[in-house]
Design a binder for this molecule. Structure first.
Ligand code: SF4
Length: 79
């Protein structure tokens, strides 16, 4: 039988989060390309505009690479 309760804080998964209030929505944003898990996506609004990047916490493995390459909007949070 599996134990599902009592997971310690050290075992909690960390995932990336991109704060939409801090994101400058740069057209040169590298984050969708730097995430090798495909966890960061950015939808096209039209030929000129993109939505801000978002993280899929189910795909994120918590490596932190995107946080290093972001200008300040990305950070790690408890998943
Ligand atoms: S922490 Fe790693 S896996 Fe998660 S979104 Fe950032 S680059 Fe992708």
């Amino acid at each position: 039988m599996f134990q599902t309760a009592g997971v310690s804080d050290e075992m909690a998964k960390k995932v990336a989060y991109i704060d939409p209030d801090q994101c400058d929505n740069s057209p040169m944003c590298p984050l969708p390309d730097v995430c090798k898990q495909g966890a960061i996506t950015r939808r096209k609004i039209n030929v000129f505009l993109m939505e801000k990047p978002v993280v899929d916490p189910e795909k994120c493995v918590g490596c932190g690479v995107c946080v290093e390459d972001c200008t300040g909007a990305a950070g790690m949070v408890e998943g």
